[in-house]
Design a protein around this ligand. Structure first.
Ligand SMILES: N[C@@H](CCC(=O)N[C@@H](CS)C(=O)NCC(=O)O)C(=O)O
Length: 288
Protein backbone atom coordinates (compact mmCIF):
# COMPACT_ATOMS: atom_id res chain seq x y z
CA UNK A 1 0.00 0.00 0.00
CA UNK A 2 2.93 2.38 0.57
CA UNK A 3 5.38 1.36 -2.08
CA UNK A 4 7.10 4.66 -2.66
CA UNK A 5 8.94 6.80 -0.12
CA UNK A 6 11.35 9.67 -0.39
CA UNK A 7 13.95 10.96 2.03
CA UNK A 8 15.26 14.45 1.29
CA UNK A 9 16.95 14.70 4.70
CA UNK A 10 17.89 12.66 7.70
CA UNK A 11 14.46 12.76 9.32
CA UNK A 12 12.15 13.32 6.41
CA UNK A 13 10.10 11.23 4.07
CA UNK A 14 6.79 11.29 2.35
CA UNK A 15 4.56 8.51 1.26
CA UNK A 16 2.78 8.45 -2.03
CA UNK A 17 -0.59 6.83 -1.74
CA UNK A 18 -1.94 4.92 -4.71
CA UNK A 19 -5.64 4.91 -5.55
CA UNK A 20 -7.63 2.01 -4.18
CA UNK A 21 -11.29 1.10 -4.05
CA UNK A 22 -12.04 3.64 -1.37
CA UNK A 23 -11.05 6.41 -3.74
CA UNK A 24 -14.13 5.68 -5.81
CA UNK A 25 -16.30 6.71 -2.90
CA UNK A 26 -17.96 9.98 -3.94
CA UNK A 27 -17.56 11.66 -0.52
CA UNK A 28 -13.88 11.10 -0.65
CA UNK A 29 -13.56 12.37 -4.18
CA UNK A 30 -15.44 15.46 -3.04
CA UNK A 31 -13.11 15.77 -0.05
CA UNK A 32 -10.10 15.65 -2.27
CA UNK A 33 -11.31 18.46 -4.51
CA UNK A 34 -11.19 20.87 -1.58
CA UNK A 35 -7.39 20.99 -1.39
CA UNK A 36 -5.05 19.94 1.39
CA UNK A 37 -6.49 18.38 4.53
CA UNK A 38 -4.76 18.00 7.84
CA UNK A 39 -6.03 15.27 10.17
CA UNK A 40 -5.62 16.56 13.71
CA UNK A 41 -6.40 16.36 17.36
CA UNK A 42 -7.13 20.07 17.98
CA UNK A 43 -4.99 20.49 21.10
CA UNK A 44 -2.08 18.26 20.04
CA UNK A 45 1.28 20.03 20.01
CA UNK A 46 2.47 17.84 17.10
CA UNK A 47 -0.60 18.94 15.14
CA UNK A 48 0.07 22.55 16.05
CA UNK A 49 3.56 22.16 14.60
CA UNK A 50 2.13 20.98 11.25
CA UNK A 51 -0.61 23.66 11.22
CA UNK A 52 1.97 26.34 11.92
CA UNK A 53 4.23 25.14 9.10
CA UNK A 54 1.31 25.29 6.63
CA UNK A 55 0.28 28.73 7.87
CA UNK A 56 3.88 29.99 7.78
CA UNK A 57 4.05 29.07 4.13
CA UNK A 58 0.66 30.62 3.40
CA UNK A 59 -0.74 27.31 2.17
CA UNK A 60 -4.53 27.04 2.47
CA UNK A 61 -5.67 23.79 4.07
CA UNK A 62 -8.58 22.36 5.96
CA UNK A 63 -7.94 21.00 9.44
CA UNK A 64 -10.01 17.85 10.02
CA UNK A 65 -10.42 17.10 13.74
CA UNK A 66 -10.88 13.40 14.39
CA UNK A 67 -12.16 11.56 17.43
CA UNK A 68 -9.53 9.76 19.51
CA UNK A 69 -10.01 6.01 19.56
CA UNK A 70 -11.91 6.11 16.27
CA UNK A 71 -8.88 7.91 14.78
CA UNK A 72 -7.18 4.52 14.49
CA UNK A 73 -9.62 3.43 11.77
CA UNK A 74 -9.68 6.86 10.14
CA UNK A 75 -5.93 7.42 10.01
CA UNK A 76 -5.12 3.86 8.96
CA UNK A 77 -7.26 4.35 5.85
CA UNK A 78 -4.45 6.61 4.67
CA UNK A 79 -1.24 6.02 6.55
CA UNK A 80 0.87 3.24 8.05
CA UNK A 81 0.86 4.47 11.66
CA UNK A 82 -2.13 5.65 13.72
CA UNK A 83 -0.75 9.02 14.80
CA UNK A 84 -1.75 12.52 13.75
CA UNK A 85 -0.96 14.92 12.16
CA UNK A 86 -1.45 13.49 8.68
CA UNK A 87 -1.43 15.73 5.63
CA UNK A 88 -3.50 14.69 2.61
CA UNK A 89 -2.68 16.36 -0.67
CA UNK A 90 -4.37 14.67 -3.62
CA UNK A 91 -2.81 11.22 -3.73
CA UNK A 92 0.02 12.08 -1.35
CA UNK A 93 -0.12 11.26 2.32
CA UNK A 94 2.43 12.64 4.74
CA UNK A 95 2.38 11.41 8.30
CA UNK A 96 4.29 13.13 11.09
CA UNK A 97 4.88 16.81 11.79
CA UNK A 98 8.59 16.81 10.85
CA UNK A 99 7.87 14.87 7.67
CA UNK A 100 5.18 17.41 6.78
CA UNK A 101 7.71 20.24 7.11
CA UNK A 102 10.18 18.30 4.91
CA UNK A 103 7.46 17.83 2.34
CA UNK A 104 6.32 21.46 2.40
CA UNK A 105 9.89 22.72 2.03
CA UNK A 106 10.41 20.38 -0.90
CA UNK A 107 7.14 21.22 -2.66
CA UNK A 108 7.09 24.93 -1.77
CA UNK A 109 10.75 25.88 -1.45
CA UNK A 110 10.11 29.61 -1.14
CA UNK A 111 10.68 30.89 2.42
CA UNK A 112 12.11 27.59 3.66
CA UNK A 113 11.65 26.55 7.26
CA UNK A 114 14.73 24.31 6.99
CA UNK A 115 18.03 26.21 6.72
CA UNK A 116 19.74 25.76 3.37
CA UNK A 117 23.26 25.81 4.81
CA UNK A 118 24.26 22.19 5.49
CA UNK A 119 25.68 22.75 8.98
CA UNK A 120 22.74 24.89 10.12
CA UNK A 121 20.36 22.34 8.68
CA UNK A 122 21.99 19.50 10.61
CA UNK A 123 21.85 21.49 13.85
CA UNK A 124 18.26 22.47 13.22
CA UNK A 125 17.08 18.90 12.57
CA UNK A 126 18.98 17.61 15.59
CA UNK A 127 17.37 20.20 17.88
CA UNK A 128 13.94 19.51 16.44
CA UNK A 129 14.17 15.78 16.83
CA UNK A 130 15.57 15.94 20.34
CA UNK A 131 13.00 18.53 21.51
CA UNK A 132 10.05 16.64 20.02
CA UNK A 133 10.97 13.97 22.49
CA UNK A 134 12.32 15.90 25.45
CA UNK A 135 9.69 18.63 25.42
CA UNK A 136 6.80 17.17 23.45
CA UNK A 137 6.65 13.68 24.85
CA UNK A 138 7.66 14.66 28.39
CA UNK A 139 5.12 17.44 28.61
CA UNK A 140 2.37 15.21 27.27
CA UNK A 141 3.10 12.67 30.00
CA UNK A 142 3.16 15.32 32.74
CA UNK A 143 -0.06 17.03 31.63
CA UNK A 144 -2.06 13.88 31.03
CA UNK A 145 -1.00 12.56 34.43
CA UNK A 146 -2.87 15.41 36.12
CA UNK A 147 -5.62 16.15 33.63
CA UNK A 148 -7.04 12.73 32.69
CA UNK A 149 -9.13 12.86 35.87
CA UNK A 150 -11.08 15.78 34.36
CA UNK A 151 -13.23 14.38 31.52
CA UNK A 152 -14.84 17.75 30.66
CA UNK A 153 -11.47 19.35 30.15
CA UNK A 154 -10.09 16.48 28.08
CA UNK A 155 -13.28 16.35 26.03
CA UNK A 156 -12.93 20.06 25.31
CA UNK A 157 -9.32 19.58 24.13
CA UNK A 158 -10.17 16.72 21.79
CA UNK A 159 -13.59 17.80 20.51
CA UNK A 160 -13.56 21.61 20.68
CA UNK A 161 -14.82 22.21 17.10
CA UNK A 162 -17.01 19.08 16.82
CA UNK A 163 -20.76 18.47 16.79
CA UNK A 164 -22.75 17.67 19.95
CA UNK A 165 -23.16 14.12 18.68
CA UNK A 166 -19.40 13.58 18.47
CA UNK A 167 -18.90 15.19 21.85
CA UNK A 168 -21.38 12.67 23.28
CA UNK A 169 -19.60 9.78 21.60
CA UNK A 170 -16.37 11.01 23.14
CA UNK A 171 -17.97 11.22 26.55
CA UNK A 172 -19.34 7.68 26.36
CA UNK A 173 -16.01 6.24 25.26
CA UNK A 174 -13.97 8.26 27.75
CA UNK A 175 -13.58 5.62 30.52
CA UNK A 176 -11.97 3.32 27.96
CA UNK A 177 -9.96 6.09 26.32
CA UNK A 178 -8.66 7.27 29.65
CA UNK A 179 -7.19 3.86 30.37
CA UNK A 180 -5.61 3.71 26.92
CA UNK A 181 -4.09 7.20 27.15
CA UNK A 182 -2.81 6.49 30.65
CA UNK A 183 -1.19 3.26 29.52
CA UNK A 184 0.28 4.81 26.38
CA UNK A 185 1.63 8.08 27.79
CA UNK A 186 1.54 8.33 31.61
CA UNK A 187 2.82 4.94 32.87
CA UNK A 188 3.16 5.64 36.63
CA UNK A 189 3.41 8.40 39.24
CA UNK A 190 7.11 7.61 39.75
CA UNK A 191 7.77 7.94 36.03
CA UNK A 192 5.98 11.30 35.96
CA UNK A 193 8.08 12.63 38.84
CA UNK A 194 11.25 11.64 37.01
CA UNK A 195 9.95 13.26 33.84
CA UNK A 196 9.21 16.51 35.68
CA UNK A 197 12.86 16.70 36.79
CA UNK A 198 14.09 15.99 33.29
CA UNK A 199 11.71 18.57 31.85
CA UNK A 200 13.03 21.25 34.23
CA UNK A 201 16.55 20.37 33.16
CA UNK A 202 15.62 20.61 29.47
CA UNK A 203 13.97 24.00 29.95
CA UNK A 204 17.01 25.35 31.80
CA UNK A 205 19.32 23.98 29.12
CA UNK A 206 17.27 25.72 26.44
CA UNK A 207 17.34 28.97 28.42
CA UNK A 208 21.13 28.74 28.51
CA UNK A 209 21.26 28.18 24.74
CA UNK A 210 18.96 31.14 24.13
CA UNK A 211 21.03 33.64 26.11
CA UNK A 212 21.61 36.67 23.89
CA UNK A 213 19.83 35.08 20.93
CA UNK A 214 16.50 35.48 19.28
CA UNK A 215 16.42 32.15 17.45
CA UNK A 216 17.79 28.69 18.12
CA UNK A 217 19.71 28.35 14.86
CA UNK A 218 21.35 31.36 13.18
CA UNK A 219 19.61 34.70 12.77
CA UNK A 220 16.36 33.53 11.26
CA UNK A 221 13.19 31.84 12.34
CA UNK A 222 13.43 28.15 11.43
CA UNK A 223 11.71 24.83 12.05
CA UNK A 224 13.74 24.50 15.27
CA UNK A 225 11.96 27.56 16.71
CA UNK A 226 8.61 26.49 15.30
CA UNK A 227 8.99 23.01 16.79
CA UNK A 228 10.11 24.11 20.24
CA UNK A 229 7.35 26.73 20.50
CA UNK A 230 4.73 24.22 19.31
CA UNK A 231 5.93 21.54 21.73
CA UNK A 232 5.51 24.03 24.57
CA UNK A 233 2.16 25.38 23.41
CA UNK A 234 0.22 23.19 25.87
CA UNK A 235 2.17 24.64 28.77
CA UNK A 236 2.38 28.27 27.64
CA UNK A 237 -1.08 28.41 26.00
CA UNK A 238 -0.40 31.44 23.81
CA UNK A 239 -3.45 33.40 22.60
CA UNK A 240 -2.38 33.03 18.95
CA UNK A 241 -3.01 29.25 19.12
CA UNK A 242 -6.21 27.98 17.45
CA UNK A 243 -7.60 26.47 20.67
CA UNK A 244 -9.40 28.90 23.05
CA UNK A 245 -7.56 27.75 26.15
CA UNK A 246 -9.27 26.92 29.41
CA UNK A 247 -7.75 27.06 32.85
CA UNK A 248 -6.21 23.76 34.01
CA UNK A 249 -8.80 22.21 36.34
CA UNK A 250 -6.19 20.17 38.24
CA UNK A 251 -4.50 22.06 41.13
CA UNK A 252 -1.18 20.20 40.76
CA UNK A 253 -1.05 20.90 37.03
CA UNK A 254 -1.77 24.57 37.77
CA UNK A 255 1.16 24.65 40.21
CA UNK A 256 3.38 22.98 37.62
CA UNK A 257 2.36 25.48 34.89
CA UNK A 258 2.73 28.46 37.23
CA UNK A 259 6.27 27.38 38.09
CA UNK A 260 7.18 28.08 34.44
CA UNK A 261 5.18 31.29 34.10
CA UNK A 262 8.29 33.56 34.19
CA UNK A 263 10.82 31.06 32.84
CA UNK A 264 12.95 32.61 30.03
CA UNK A 265 11.87 29.89 27.59
CA UNK A 266 8.19 30.56 28.34
CA UNK A 267 8.75 34.26 27.64
CA UNK A 268 10.55 33.35 24.43
CA UNK A 269 7.65 31.08 23.32
CA UNK A 270 5.15 33.91 23.91
CA UNK A 271 7.31 36.27 21.87
CA UNK A 272 7.80 33.77 19.02
CA UNK A 273 4.06 33.14 18.87
CA UNK A 274 3.38 36.89 18.88
CA UNK A 275 5.88 37.61 16.14
CA UNK A 276 5.72 34.48 13.96
CA UNK A 277 2.41 32.66 14.38
CA UNK A 278 -0.32 33.59 11.89
CA UNK A 279 2.21 35.60 9.92
CA UNK A 280 2.88 33.69 6.72
CA UNK A 281 6.27 34.44 5.19
CA UNK A 282 4.54 34.87 1.83
CA UNK A 283 2.06 37.39 3.22
CA UNK A 284 -1.06 35.28 2.61
CA UNK A 285 -3.32 35.04 5.65
CA UNK A 286 -4.66 31.57 6.34
CA UNK A 287 -5.69 31.98 9.99
CA UNK A 288 -8.32 29.40 10.90
N1 LIG B 1 6.34 11.66 15.67
C1 LIG B 1 4.98 12.05 15.45
C2 LIG B 1 4.25 12.02 16.79
C3 LIG B 1 2.80 12.39 16.68
C4 LIG B 1 2.01 12.00 17.92
O1 LIG B 1 2.57 11.55 18.93
N2 LIG B 1 0.69 12.17 17.82
C5 LIG B 1 -0.20 11.77 18.90
C6 LIG B 1 -1.05 12.96 19.31
S1 LIG B 1 -0.05 14.17 20.12
C7 LIG B 1 -1.16 10.71 18.38
O2 LIG B 1 -1.62 10.79 17.27
N3 LIG B 1 -1.43 9.70 19.22
C8 LIG B 1 -2.37 8.66 18.88
C9 LIG B 1 -1.74 7.49 18.18
O3 LIG B 1 -0.49 7.45 18.03
O4 LIG B 1 -2.50 6.61 17.79
C10 LIG B 1 4.92 13.44 14.83
O5 LIG B 1 5.93 14.16 14.89
O6 LIG B 1 3.91 13.80 14.23
Amino acid sequence: MFPDSYSPGSSSKYTRRFPNEEDLDSDRLHERKLGMKLLVFPHSHFCEKARWALDAKGIPFQPVPILPGFHIIHVRRYAPKTSVPVLLNDDEVIQGAGEIIDYLDMRFPESPLTPTDAEARRTCLAIESSMDERLGEDLRQILYSGLLAYPDFIRFCFTFPMSTFRKSVFFLSYPFLRRVIHGQYVFSIEAVEETKDRFRHTMDELAEHLKGRKYFVGDHFSRADLSIASMLSLLVRPPEHTLPWREFPDPQTRVFAESYERHPVTLWVREIYRTHRNKPQSGVSTRR
